[in-house]
Design a protein around this ligand. Structure first.
Ligand SMILES: Nc1nc2c(c(=O)[nH]1)N[C@H]1C(S)=C(S)[C@@H](COP(=O)(O)O)O[C@H]1N2
Ligand SMILES: [Mo]
Length: 487
């Protein structure tokens, strides 16, 4: 083995978008959709699809000539009325209003969706998840088996796309232009991975890794796959089949997804198809990346999102592939790199501390309540797998601060906490409300984003580093809310 590190090309700018030829992707997706829905009838109707599309282009499609289908904007808008849609094929949308952040549980219609490919439509009764690698017994696990042979656990978890807040970077960063809304707090129910690991005799010692791969990519395209440390897998990860007490939508991962409590969304692999127990992160240059239909030049397809895409990189910095790391707190990895303690650009795992004001909404006009002359500012705060300790509110854009108080349910760190602040503005006028949270380690959200030229690697001088993928932005100023008060 030559060295611990392998240097690879840097993440390409278009990473967060599909890079494949559009027409081919549509074709493959359509075929996959037809296969997954399993209906010969669908195949027989395929000849009509072209005509329907032609009608759409004429603008004559008002719903009489065929129902909107997956990949169509109308379909997504109808099914998820609370989302601001960035793209319909594949489905990408975020919470459209701040109101989403006044509730404890985010309903699935308002819970953001981030897909690299069109969500596959999977018949649960025919789906199995292959388990291989360093286990005593390889297996193909059915969804029924997950439901019946293992215990059932529910975890309330803040799912947040690591690109949430990306649109506030200046200069602009490529990828979905998320504002604040690519985050939600839902209840996920499924089977504990610790039981599954034990049942099939996985080597569960510390330092081991588990690869999870999704079944959404068309043939020959990059597979959405992540390596999760065994410690985390054994501690609290589940294979979820329900969201908020209901069957998961296709868009959110039906029939089975991994839920990695407290960690960024990119770790929560949907449409789970393969699990592989390994001695290290997936690397792909030898037999321990043991994948079904594995071909030697295919492994690169598995590695991209693990090693190149979801990393924190300053301008001109290269992602370095390593076999293993033992610090999974993203902000600690950033600090270690900045201090020179580690030369590895951070892998995006545990979430940074963050908060959002839910009420009042952006650019709204509000008046104090008659009863007490107050405006109740509410919102949510979270800090990944750490607890959030404090939230402060400023009504003058961050000059002066007051403490907010927590209220509502407390389900441990993976879920968010709701906060409220009783605000008594003295005069009518325009105000900028901002919120700032601090986690149990004393880490506070920074004010803004540093300049690209600074080459900053971690949070310093009250600013978040300019990050080339627009990842992990937890600065409070861009997330503030401008309101007009009428007394
Ligand atoms: N198989 C697969 N899993 C996936 C993705 C994907 O494109 N394919 N997107 C990931 C990303 S980047 C995020 S942020 C979350 C989004 O989950 P949600 O759409 O349920 O909110 O799913 C993750 N799991
Ligand atoms: Mo994401």
């Amino acid at each position: 083995m030559s060295s611990e590190y392998t240097t690879e090309r840097t993440r390409d700018a278009q990473d967060d978008e599909s890079t494949v030829d559009d027409r081919r992707r549509r074709f493959l997706d359509r075929r996959r959709f037809m296969l997954a829905s399993g209906a010969a009838a669908t195949v027989a109707l395929a000849g009509c699809a072209g005509e329907e599309e032609a009608d759409d282009e004429d603008g004559t499609d008002d719903g009489d000539d065929g129902e909107p289908e997956p990949g169509d904007r109308e379909y997504l808008e109808e099914k998820f009325p609370g989302l601001l849609i960035h793209s319909a094929d594949p489905e990408n949308g975020e919470a459209a209003e701040r109101e989403t952040y006044t509730e404890y549980i985010t309903p699935s219609e308002e819970h953001y969706i981030r897909n690299h490919y069109l969500a596959p439509r999977i018949d649960e009764s025919e789906w199995t998840i292959s388990l291989g690698g360093l286990v005593d017994e390889e297996a193909d696990i059915s969804v029924d088996a997950l439901r019946e042979e293992f215990s059932t656990e529910t975890v309330t978890h803040v799912m947040q796309c690591s690109g949430n807040g990306r649109s506030y970077f200046d200069p602009e960063v490529a990828g979905n232009p998320w504002r604040y809304g690519a985050v939600g707090n839902a209840e996920w129910t499924g089977a504990p991975l610790s039981e599954i690991m034990e049942e099939y005799g996985a080597d569960t010692s510390d330092g081991m890794w588990v690869m999870f791969a999704g079944g959404d990519s068309p043939e020959g395209e990059r597979v959405f796959a992540r390596s999760i440390p065994m410690q985390k897998v054994m501690e609290d990860c589940i294979l979820a089949y329900e969201m908020n007490g209901e069957e998961m939508t296709a868009e959110h991962g039906h029939p089975v997804r991994v839920v990695v409590p407290g960690w960024y969304g990119n770790n929560n692999v949907k449409w789970l198809e393969e699990i592989e127990v390994m001695e290290r992160m997936m690397m792909g240059d030898d037999e321990d990346l043991f994948l079904e239909d594995y071909e030697t030049d295919d492994y690169e397809n598995y590695l991209h999102w693990q090693h190149n895409s979801y990393r924190i990189l300053a301008e001109g910095q290269e992602s370095i592939r390593v076999e293993s790391i033992d610090e999974f707190d993203t902000q600690t990895q950033m600090d270690m790199e900045a201090s020179g303690e580690q030369e590895v650009p951070p892998y995006i795992y545990d979430q940074l501390v963050k908060s959002l004001i839910g009420y009042p909404g952006i650019d709204s006009t509000v008046s104090p309540r008659d009863a007490d002359g107050m405006i109740e500012v509410t919102g949510v705060a979270w800090a990944g797998d750490d607890a959030v300790e404090q939230v402060e509110i400023s009504a003058d854009g961050g000059e002066t601060w007051e403490n907010a108080e927590f209220f509502g349910e407390d389900n441990g760190p993976y879920a968010w906490r709701q906060f409220r602040y009783m605000w008594e503005p003295e005069e009518s006028g325009d105000y900028t409300l901002v919120s700032r949270a601090t986690d149990e380690n004393g880490r506070t959200q920074p004010r803004d984003i540093s300049d690209i030229e600074d080459g900053q690697l971690t949070i310093e001088d009250d600013s978040f580093p300019y990050e080339m993928g627009g990842y992990c932005n937890n600065s409070y100023e861009p997330h503030g809310v401008d309101v007009t008060v009428e007394l």
